[in-house]
Write a protein that binds this ligand. Structure first.
Ligand code: BES
Ligand code: MN
Ligand code: ZN
Length: 492
């Protein structure tokens, strides 16, 4: 897809379709919208009065463009959350998604007046992401050629710079890569296959290192090994370093660590059959850090960034970890595994210890860690925990700029006592109450540098198609991590 910055006014732009957001303040039709409406001969007003325009979040209506040079107007409802990068990214995704399969190769996108570079980068990423289809991954695609059509060029009306759009297009490609990795089935994308995918990043100048079980044994990664021991496919620790990792001038280095459970059956603490298939998405954190690393390597290879993806299958095989087993973490702690389904925190713990030993001064981990996060926040909002809080502020601000919705939760060390046991230093699973917060408290025992934990259990995949995204992987956290790494490099 090509993205091009063009000057307004929108009434003069020629394309197949002109996409126009209707914001909350348009209850009285704001002046810029009224101007376009007048140029169209009242087409927007007619659509609204006639009831064609649906005032529900993310609703779209494709209507006659009246006297405008475009063939159709795409009215996009934007009445919920306000303007800015989040809105821009979603509007663009909804617009290009609506035109998938249509004979409308040229879309003009007008975000109305006053959106900055950052919002347009997010819009560009969203426009590219909106054309994503996952059914190309496997087998025969039944789409006819006509159904495979999608927007080829987006004219960004009023975008302040072409550079912002180019960056967004690269981020959109990263989101698609992350979705592809996360959507792949567990019998295909196993730990070694993720290692193979990561090695392809050598073409982008990255150094890729893959630790196998014997090496993990030597390093004392008893938590990763314990989770992986019940599976036919052994674990891997996948490590991607950008060229800038070794040349960091001020010594600050960022490690992004992603939970890579290729399939989470729960292990012997097995999950109910219903929806168990969704647990192929339990590698979404790993997919996000690999995709973010590739994107940053292409945009700013001198960024001091390392991606770490502990990859396992959590399976109840004959050699599986048993509830009650005590395993030794790389940081020396003895962990009693009271629930084999609380596996994500175990593999992240060793991966973060390893990242610190490699020289990370700042860590962000991303994980589909708790069902409680999905229950509490749903599909739109990821939650994060920070220590110290000001590092969390930087992560939250980067996510906001990237068009993702993150919300901070309290890292309440008061809950540490719920992990006490007479048999080890800590158990891996407490009681259900407060389990979202408690999962972060567990992780906090295994990090000593500034750290943020992002739980994407609710946002990583959609169980049904949405106006802004397909069923399956969403690519959550890819854009936020890219923005964070770029900001980190710039000392923001
Ligand atoms: N991968 C799951 C969390 C999950 C559940 C993500 C549903 C997305 C949708 C994780 O490994 C898990 O099983 N967590 C348990 C932890 C509990 C045993 C302490 C949970 O949240 O129930
Ligand atoms: Mn689990
Ligand atoms: Zn899991």
């Amino acid at each position: 897809m090509r993205l091009r910055a063009v000057d307004g006014p929108p009434a003069a732009v020629d394309a197949d379709v002109l996409a126009v957001p209707i914001y909350r303040e348009d209850a009285e039709m704001a002046a810029d919208l009224a101007e376009l409406d007048a140029a169209s001969g009242g087409a927007i007003r007619r659509a609204i009065d006639w009831g064609e325009f649906n005032p529900l979040e993310h609703a779209v209506s494709l209507v006659d463009a009246g006297d405008l040079p475009v063939d159709r107007l795409l009215l996009l409802n934007a009445a919920g959350r306000g303007r800015g990068a989040w809105r821009a990214r979603r509007l663009a995704a909804v617009a290009t998604r609506r035109l998938n399969g249509r004979n409308a190769p040229r879309l003009a996108l007008w975000l109305r007046d006053g959106e900055d570079d950052g919002a347009w980068t997010a819009a560009a990423a969203g426009a590219v992401a909106g054309t994503y289809r996952s059914h190309g991954i496997y087998g025969r695609v039944r789409d006819t050629d006509a159904m495979k059509r999608s927007v080829e060029e987006v004219l960004c009306v009023g975008a302040p710079s072409q550079e912002a759009l180019d960056r967004g297009a690269e981020i959109g490609a990263g989101i698609a890569f992350g979705r592809d990795l996360a959507n792949r089935s567990a019998n295909d994308l196993n730990p070694e296959e993720m290692a193979r995918e990561a090695r392809a990043l050598e073409a982008d100048g990255c150094t890729v290192e893959v630790l196998e079980p014997d090496e993990m044994e030597r390093l004392g990664m008893g938590l990763i090994l314990g989770v992986g021991q019940g599976a036919a496919h052994p674990p891997r620790l996948v490590v991607i370093k950008l060229p800038g990792w070794d040349t960091a001038s001020d010594g600050d280095r960022l490690a992004i660590v992603g939970k890579g459970v290729c399939f989470d059956s729960g292990g012997l603490s097995i999950k109910p059959a219903e929806n168990m298939g969704d647990m192929k998405h339990d590698k979404s954190g790993a997919a996000a850090v690999v995709a973010a690393a590739r994107t940053v390597a292409r945009l700013a290879p001198d960024t001091p960034l390392m991606a770490v993806a502990p990859m396992v299958e959590n399976m109840p095989g004959g050699n599986a970890q048993r509830p009650g087993d005590v395993v030794r973490a790389m940081n020396g702690m003895a962990v009693e595994v009271t629930n084999t389904d609380a596996e994500g925190r175990l593999i992240l713990a060793d991966a973060m210890t390893w990242a610190e030993r490699e020289g990370a001064t700042h860590i962000v981990d991303v994980a589909t860690l708790t069902g409680a996060q999905a229950v509490a926040f749903g599909e739109h909002i990821s939650s994060y925990f920070a220590r110290p809080r000001d590092w969390g502020d930087r992560v939250g601000a980067a996510a906001e700029r990237a068009g993702e919705w993150f919300w901070e939760m309290p890292l309440a060390v008061e809950y540490r006592a719920s992990y006490d046991t007479p048999h080890a230093d800590i158990v891996n699973s407490g009681t259900r109450d407060g389990s979202l917060i408690k999962s972060a408290v567990f992780l906090s025992e295994f990090v000593t540098v500034p750290w943020v934990h992002v739980d994407i259990a609710g946002t990583a995949y959609h169980s049904a198609e949405k106006p802004y995204g397909p069923k399956g992987a969403s690519g959550a956290a890819v854009a936020a991590l890219v923005q964070l790494a770029l900001d980190f490099r710039d000392g923001v």
